[in-house]
Design a protein around this ligand. Structure first.
Ligand SMILES: [Zn+2]
Length: 113
């Protein structure tokens, strides 16, 4: 697996985090609603699992658009790239020796000074 593959995997894996977080929430809301129905009470919540799923899918699509734009800008040479491997650099972080950026491919640190 090349450094460019690792960079793309790191960028696009973030797109799946909302669906991973929302699936248990939707299941819990549905189970909570079903428990009230089985007790004979009217359901407190309408079926919220579909709206949660749709909002999550929209968030995932928006994140994918942002990450794909970052990759496209890197490919066009419009963003900062690593001097070792040429991959995209991440956002600025504060470190012990000042601000730096981490390479998304080889995970090397690049000082901002
Ligand atoms: Zn690098």
């Amino acid at each position: 697996m090349s450094n460019v593959d690792k960079m793309c995997l790191r960028l696009l894996a973030i797109c799946f985090l909302p669906i991973i977080a929302a699936a248990p929430i939707a299941m819990a809301v549905s189970a909570f609603n079903d428990a009230f129905v089985h007790m004979g009470a009217p359901p407190l919540l309408s079926d919220l699992s579909w709206p949660i799923t749709l909002v999550t899918a929209a968030v995932c699509a928006a994140l994918f658009a942002v990450q794909a734009t970052r990759i496209w800008r890197w490919k066009e040479g419009k963003s900062l790239s690593c001097s070792n491997c040429g991959c995209l650099l991440g956002s600025i972080r504060e470190g012990r020796w000042g601000p730096y950026r981490k390479c998304l491919g080889c995970r090397g640190n690049h000082s901002e000074r």
